[in-house]
Design a protein around this ligand. Structure first.
Ligand code: SF4
Ligand code: FES
Length: 249
């Protein structure tokens, strides 16, 4: 299927979203709650673009908009730029001291009105929902949105240490604003009000996963080998590759 994004002819497959096609063609669309491999969440609305279909124009969220043959997409118009600035202003109000949001505000030349600024506000979460999705994808469902209105937040049930959490840290890894605190210290990890014991890599000796996350990984991969961290796995794979090249040439 052919479509144009900012004048560039792009090829897309049925069912793909505008964001996916744009990314594949190296076209940048601003986003906060989009992550490759995840379905679009349409929460942040930064990814708004204008779509022209025949004589009709409309503004859509590119992370959830399925592509259509021959549509013409413009990533930034004056109207979209204004809308993005308003969105960033609201994000600034939500997380005024977050470095990522501040960088975004700087880039778009947005300043939060002073009357809203609260220097003691340490809120970093912008409620994008990526962490909840990541937890769902791990199959653990330990965190979710709780409360309503201005009290809405992501947490474990009743903010307690969740028995379902495996301490994998996938939530923190996908968070665009670094809002989730993971404390790793001397073989222990603290996250979501729970403490976990960590597993040591049998090769380099570094702690790399919680016992619970490691057990799940072993079950999924049907792997009963000694624990090996990602870095050492990569090194082993690179060494093997080098060895096989050396044998060929
Ligand atoms: S903690 Fe991070 S990933 Fe989760 S909703 Fe908040 S900003 Fe999004
Ligand atoms: S990236 Fe599309 S709404 Fe957030």
């Amino acid at each position: 299927m052919k479509l144009k994004i900012d004048g560039i002819i792009c090829e897309g497959r049925e069912g793909e979203t505008l964001m996916e096609v744009a990314k594949r063609h190296g076209i940048h669309i601003p986003s906060l709650c989009y992550r490759k491999g995840f379905e679009g969440l349409a929460r942040c609305r930064l990814c708004l673009v204008e779509v022209k279909e025949g004589s009709r124009r409309r503004i859509v969220s590119s992370c959830v908009y399925p592509i259509k043959e021959n549509i013409e997409v413009t990533v930034t118009t004056d109207e979209i730029q204004r809308m993005r600035k308003n969105i960033i202003m609201l994000l600034l109000l939500k997380a005024p001291n977050n470095s990522y949001i501040n960088k975004l505000a700087e880039e778009y030349k947005v300043a939060a009105p002073e009357r809203y600024m609260n220097p003691l506000d340490d809120e970093n979460c912008i409620l994008c929902g990526l962490c909840v999705k990541a937890c769902e994808k791990m199959g653990t469902n330990a965190i979710s949105f709780v409360n309503r209105g201005i009290y809405k937040k992501v947490s474990t049930p009743y903010d307690d240490a969740s028995k379902d959490c495996i301490g994998c840290g996938a939530c923190a890894e996908v968070c665009p604003t670094n809002a989730i605190l993971v404390e790793d210290n001397e073989g222990k990890r603290k996250i979501w009000n729970r403490e976990f014991n960590m597993v040591k890599c049998s090769l380099c000796g570094s702690y790399f996963a919680t016992e619970e996350a490691y057990k799940l990984m072993q079950e999924k991969l049907n792997d009963n080998e000694e624990p090996i961290c990602n870095e050492c796995r990569k090194k082993i794979a690179a060494d093997k590759l080098k060895e096989s090249f050396a044998n060929i040439y």
